[in-house]
Design a protein. Sequence first.
Length: 272
Amino acid sequence: MLQENAATGLLFLIGIFYGSLTMGLAAVLAVCCGTITALLLGYEKDDIEQGLYGFSAALVGVALLLFLKPVFVVWLLVIVGSVWAAMIQHFFIKRKIPGFTLPFVLVTWAILFCVGRLYPDITAVSSDASAPTGQYFTFALRGFGQVIFQGGIVSGLLFLVAVFINSPLAAFYGLAGAVVAAILAAMFSAPVADVGMGLFSYNAVLCAIVFAEDKLKGVIWGLISVVLSVLIALAMFRYQLVQLTFPFVAATCISLIFKNMKLNFSRRIRQS
């Protein structure tokens, strides 16, 4: 969630383990494999210490244990996927491209596609989980949890506190983004159960955090990216595409492009 803080990372890990022991183990394995890959390939030491080669890898590990059964071959895929994610992350870092979690998305899509075609028996059966009746007001916390594929309230609360420890402003933006996204998704007639589980909020949480700043322009760009993420998520849901964090990546990059265009235009006006 774009927070470079060890205590924050520890709470994230605790939240994952609380939600799922196997996902927690997969996250640890993936982070280690991604980081070791970066060390062996001689990537920049500062980037490694900042955890830049661990976060996409961690998401790969957790996601694979969500979509696939915890059998031996899946753990091998976690290792391969985390190595692959670290290498793609390096590609973006070297070229100073804000890839965010795109390496995770690309790797996970590729693995799920191959598994679905070659080894469908290891695909996990969907549980069709939904928020308990009368608890749909917890969608914002669940939205925080779903960022790392945890639908429980406790995990979501741990993630929120984790972000708050490093940046109270980012936590506020993320919470606001989750609420706005849920309201917007409901207005477009998204399934109530999915809205209640935070499935239309977690990408918005990340979008809002990216633009978190104590200025009005931060609110405006954050809102634009949140709206875009919901629209992209709704389109992907309609065509039954696996979203992961692609709506966040796409919405944020589009918003940043227009933001930079506006800044460049303003500079030219001042210079003239």
